[in-house]
Design a protein around this ligand. Structure first.
Ligand SMILES: NC(=O)C1=CN([C@@H]2O[C@H](COP(=O)(O)OP(=O)(O)OC[C@H]3O[C@@H](n4cnc5c(N)ncnc54)[C@H](OP(=O)(O)O)[C@@H]3O)[C@@H](O)[C@H]2O)C=CC1
Ligand SMILES: Cc1cn([C@H]2C[C@H](O)[C@@H](COP(=O)(O)OP(=O)(O)O[C@H]3O[C@@H](C)C(=O)[C@@H](O)[C@H]3O)O2)c(=O)[nH]c1=O
Length: 301
């Protein structure tokens, strides 16, 4: 596990979310989490007030509008959280001369490449969430020269709202589940992503910022599966803890209509992250098992 060197506070936004919770779990005393209502991109004055009060040595932006379907009808709110707010945060980081680690998504791509995306591929989002996140990437990179943008995907953890927990809940109540089998990607443990971010920050702080660090990186769990594969893996692990195993039917995207179109193949090539920062996230399946063990252990107590 990466240990951060001594230093000032690391401001982590989105304080009640999955990633911020994982960062607090592994990051030690320097992690300073802020969340709504105190830090709210819908009230832009709270960005600066919080920043000046905390006087951070670095910022990790883990706040975002993550409700993919709701973003289709709440475009302004999604833009404030995913583009405008992050831009202001990056401007403050630039003024202070500190690094910003900003988190983005595989949904900046349409999924039609049919091979893992690399960082130089042009973005082509299919929905408002993906579009506002893509615009957020450009905004933070333009505003602060010391910015690392990490695109991750399919994030889950033992707390918060995520697909793995939804499947375990649904599987406990229903004998049959239907889950799309024709959308593939790379599930990412929020804990694994937090450890990767802390390792990157440790490298930056120990050796000092290098201009080559600035830019986009892909950072997902290793390996790939479909949403159906992820559901089955989580439910099979839960069954080892005594939860009834439902039948899980693989369906097609058109049989699960949603307001926002999801990418069919959003695999991300994570080679650059390894080349530049020496970081590779663990295999998705092992991390899903660990998370389900944590969840089931908790519900058994
Ligand atoms: N979850 C996923 O599957 C994926 C996430 N990502 C990205 O990873 C990052 C972290 O996501 P994750 O931890 O999973 O997300 P969560 O949804 O768990 O947490 C997001 C946090 O952002 C906060 N937030 C939402 N809107 C605002 C706003 N207007 N102002 C301030 N805070 C706000 C939420 O606050 P509150 O608790 O008050 O609602 C919440 O605490 C995000 O950038 C996301 O886009 C990328 C790929 C996949
Ligand atoms: C709940 C459920 C979903 N699905 C489908 C719908 C969708 O195509 C797919 C994923 O479901 P969700 O809507 O829960 O996941 P979604 O909100 O699309 O997840 C995304 O969140 C954002 C924040 C990201 O950045 C992405 O990387 C990705 O993790 O599974 C089923 O087929 N059966 C089900 O029972």
């Amino acid at each position: 596990m990466a240990v951060l060197p001594d230093g000032g506070p690391i401001l982590v936004t989105g304080g009640n979310g999955q990633l911020a919770t994982s960062l607090a779990r592994f990051g030690g005393a320097r992690i300073h989490r802020v969340g709504r209502p105190d830090f709210d991109f819908d009230r832009p004055e709270t960005i600066e007030t919080t920043f000046r009060a905390v006087k951070p040595a670095a910022v990790i932006n883990a706040a975002a509008w993550t409700a993919v379907d709701l973003a289709e009808t709440e475009q302004d709110g999604a833009a404030r959280a995913n583009t405008d707010g992050p831009r202001r945060l990056a401007e403050l980081c630039a003024e202070a001369g500190i690094p910003l680690i900003h988190v983005s998504t595989d949904y900046v791509f349409d999924g039609d490449k049919r091979a893992p995306y690399v960082e130089t591929d042009p973005t082509c989002p299919t929905g408002v969430y993906g579009r506002t996140k893509a615009e957020g990437e450009q905004a933070v990179l333009a505003a602060n020269p010391q910015t690392v943008v990490l695109r991750t995907a399919w994030v889950y953890s033992a707390s918060g709202k995520n697909f793995v927990r939804t499947m375990l809940g649904a599987g406990a109540k229903n004998p049959t589940l239907k889950v799309v089998g024709d959308q593939i990607g790379s599930p990412t443990s929020s804990d694994d992503l937090a450890e990767a971010i802390l390792s990157i920050l440790s490298t930056i702080e120990t050796g000092g910022w290098k201009p080559d660090y600035a830019g986009l990186y892909h950072a997902t769990g290793s390996g790939e599966t479909s949403w159906h594969g992820l559901a089955v893996a989580a439910l099979e692990r839960a069954a080892e803890h005594g939860q009834a195993m439902p039948e899980v039917l693989a369906i097609r995207t058109e049989d699960w209509p949603t307001p926002a179109r999801r990418p069919a193949d959003s695999r991300l090539d994570c080679g650059k992250l390894h080349r530049v920062f020496g970081v590779r996230l663990p295999d998705w399946r092992a991390s899903v098992s660990r998370t389900v063990d944590e969840l089931m252990g908790r519900s058994a107590r």
